[in-house]
Each structure stands twice: as structure tokens, then as C-alpha cells.
Design a protein around this ligand. Structure first.
Ligand SMILES: *Cc1c(COP(=O)(O)O)cnc(C)c1O
Length: 379
């Protein structure tokens, strides 16, 4: 494994996560049980939603959310071309067709509402909005489109746990019909593999709860506690459950989330100052309400972005690209897509820089100095 001087991301774990995991091992109930129930209650309270349903990962959350809002074979799901591939893959797995739309601007690389209006037609069954890097998409305009057309909104909030929408107290993921989160290792709230579906809609919650566990009417935990002795199967479901070991770790992480996101915000401010000085731009600069999952910088041009990637690699500072244009992946063939000009410019000029709660301000200055000069700037 490469030894990075500064990795792209790092877990923010301490003795509490270890103690929580050990307590589950000692309780000897590993699968979905009391920790899971507590996590769901705490997550629902934190998001101000009626229902939080834990699942195995963020992709499972998207799969179930798309199913629950009624995405079916042959319909179209409007979604950003700048996203992780999960939403598009799940769309395709349902037999539906991803309809890729451009992002709004280099500084707001979330779904362009005008592009959404152009893409919507009688076959549209859902809109997926992705809160890029932790900053909410243009929900006001998108909710307006949804209200006018009756098309449901699925929020891919995998970057945005703990983020809010503008000045509103409403967290992202709680704005559309259903919100999807991931607790993968590099996310703001991490437990290895894990995810959550949030909704205020009773019908969606019921569907997701059923589909996550085989379409069965009771869980092993219910039967163990004597709350049920048998079950029926009412639909062809999946096993998308989250286990108690991971749920216990996620509960500790949820309690620390606001503090971690505050640290990320302070580091983003440090990046902003440094990047502006060298003529680069930090995406979502100054966004108080962002969860700051990612620090993404936009270079003045592609050559300088590529040069920075090389310089940072030589200094053993890890970078990434969020993301390649989804519509260009081979698997989507000739995709249904609008004009993706802004997405393509963004993909050419963006670079993801290290961002995690334990990163220091002086490390941020080193990253910027390395982009500028090629020297490591490390002290
Ligand atoms: C991480 C992520 C996913 C998938 O989540 P998994 O837990 O890895 O399945 C989906 N969408 C976005 C935007 C993500 O960042």
C-alpha cells in the first residue's frame, strides 16, 4: 500500500467506537437488533423526519428508494451526469432508463433545474438530486418542478449527512420524497458499509422496511423477543439489512457528526483562502450549511489541474476526481442525455483534495503550496 504523507480521507475514530463494537460482541446479538433500532430513532430525530430505515449500504438505499417511489421498467429517471455511478446503476437494474442532465455551474456542480425541466416527459418516474460534496442541490427550484409535474424527488445525500439546506433548519435528505445516505468508510459518518433511507411518507417507509428484509412481515429480532412467532412474505424482497455491530459504530459516529463537520468547515475556509491566492476556486466556497464531505478545487484550466495532480502525487498527497462523467461509462452505451457541457468542463478542471476532521490547517497550507510550487512545503 502506498504510504501517503496526507491521505484523501481518514476515519475519525477513537476508543468510543471500539467500546461500542465490543459491547455488541459481548451482548452476542450481531444481526439487526437493539443497536439498529436505536440508530434509526436517533437518525430520524437528527434529520427531523418521521422514518429512518437503516440498510446495508448507500447503493441499497438508492435501490429501495427508487423502487418505493414507483420507478419501474421502461420509465426514465432524471439524474445528474456528475455523480457516483450507484444511482444510474440502480436505475438501470430496475429496467428504467437514466436521463442524464448537466450540472448548474462550476461552482454549484449539482443538478441544473432548467435541464431537469427540459428532460421531464410523460415517461419520467423520478428525479435524483445529488448534494455534491455536501452542499444541497437547488431544492427550491427542483421542488417547484416536482410539485408542478408530480414527479417524486429522491435525494442522493451520501455526501451530505449533517448538511442543511441554505439557511433553513431542514437537513438535506429531508427535503424531497426520500433521502439516501451512505456510511461507507470515507463518508462523514462511517461504519464500514452501511446506509439509511429517510422519509416522512408512510407508504415509502413501509415499502422500504419490507423490501430490506425479504418482504417478510417480521424480523428475527422480533421473533427472538417474542413479538412475533411467525411471518408471511408479501413481496419479493432483498436482504439489505444493517447489522448491530455496524449500527453501534454508526451511533457513536452520529453523536460526533456535528463536531466533525465543524472541523471540516474550518478546513474548507483555510483551503478557500489559499486557493483564491493562487487563482483557483474552491467549490461551494463559504457554504456554512455544507457537510463539507469533499474539498474540490477547480483549476484555471485542465493543464494546471493535471500538473497539480502530478505534483501532489510526487509529494505523496492523495487526490481524487469526483467524478468521471457517468454518461460516458461504457456500460451506458449511447445514453439518454441533455447537453453536458458544464459537467465535462468540471471533470477536466476539478481535483479532490484531502479533507477529514483530523487534517490540520498547516497540512491544508502544504497542499496549496504543493499545487503552487511543486515543492512539498511540508514542515
Ligand atoms: C458513496 C456514495 C454512494 C454509494 O454508497 P455505498 O454505501 O458505497 O453503496 C452513492 N452515491 C454517492 C454520491 C456516494 O458518494
Amino acid at each position: 500500500m502506498t504510504e501517503w504523507v496526507i491521505p484523501l480521507s481518514d476515519l475519525w475514530f477513537d476508543a468510543e467506537e471500539t467500546a461500542a463494537a465490543v459491547a455488541v460482541l459481548e451482548r452476542r446479538w450481531l444481526s439487526s437488533g437493539p443497536e439498529l433500532a436505536a440508530l434509526e430513532d436517533e437518525f430520524a430525530a437528527a434529520c427531523g423526519v418521521a422514518h429512518a430505515i437503516a440498510v446495508a449500504n448507500g447503493t441499497a438505499a438508492l435501490h429501495l428508494a427508487l423502487l418505493a417511489v414507483g420507478v419501474s421498467a421502461g420509465t426514465e429517471v432524471v439524474q445528474p451526469a456528475l455523480n457516483f455511478v450507484a444511482a444510474a446503476n440502480m436505475t438501470q437494474r430496475l429496467g428504467a432508463i437514466p436521463h442524464f442532465v448537466d450540472v448548474a455551474s462550476l461552482d454549484d456542480p449539482t443538478l441544473d433545474p432548467d435541464g431537469v425541466v427540459r428532460a421531464i416527459n410523460d415517461d419520467t418516474s423520478a428525479i435524483v438530486v445529488m448534494h455534491y460534496g455536501g452542499l444541497a442541490g437547488r431544492m427550491e427550484e427542483l421542488l417547484d418542478v416536482a410539485a408542478r409535474t408530480g414527479v417524486p424527488i429522491v435525494e442522493d445525500a451520501c455526501h451530505a449527512v449533517g448538511g442543511r439546506y441554505r439557511r433553513s433548519t431542514r437537513p438535506v435528505g429531508a427535503l424531497g420524497d426520500v433521502g439516501c445516505y451512505s456510511f461507507f468508510s470515507n463518508k462523514n459518518l462511517a461504519c464500514g458499509e452501511g446506509g439509511m433511507v429517510t422519509t416522512d411518507r408512510e407508504d415509502i417507509a413501509e415499502k422500504v422496511r419490507s423490501l430490506r428484509s425479504h418482504g417478510m412481515t417480521s424480523l428475527s429480532w422480533d421473533r427472538f423477543r417474542g413479538h412475533a412467532s411467525s411471518y408471511d412474505v408479501t413481496e419479493h424482497g432483498f436482504n439489505y439489512r444493517l447489522d448491530d455491530l455496524r449500527a453501534a459504530i454508526a451511533r457513536v459516529q452520529l453523536a460526533k457528526l456535528a463536531a466533525g463537520n465543524d472541523r471540516r468547515r474550518a478546513l474548507a475556509a483555510e483551503y478557500e483562502v489559499g486557493l483564491r491566492r493562487i487563482g483557483w476556486q474552491l467549490v461551494n466556497a463559504g457554504a456554512e450549511e455544507s457537510s463539507w464531505h469533499l474539498a474540490v478545487a477547480v483549476a484555471p484550466d485542465r493543464a494546471r489541474r493535471d500538473q497539480a495532480r502530478d505534483r501532489l502525487l510526487s509529494a505523496r498527497i492523495q487526490t481524487s476526481l469526483h467524478y468521471p462523467c457517468v454518461a460516458d461509462f461504457e456500460v451506458f452505451g449511447s445514453p439518454l442525455a441533455g447537453d453536458l457541457r458544464t459537467t465535462r468542463t468540471f471533470v477536466d478542471r476539478a481535483i479532490t483534495l484531502p479533507m477529514f476532521p483530523a487534517l490540520t490547517a498547516s497540512e491544508v497550507r502544504s497542499v496549496v503550496a504543493t499545487i503552487e510550487s511543486g515543492g512539498t512545503g511540508l514542515v
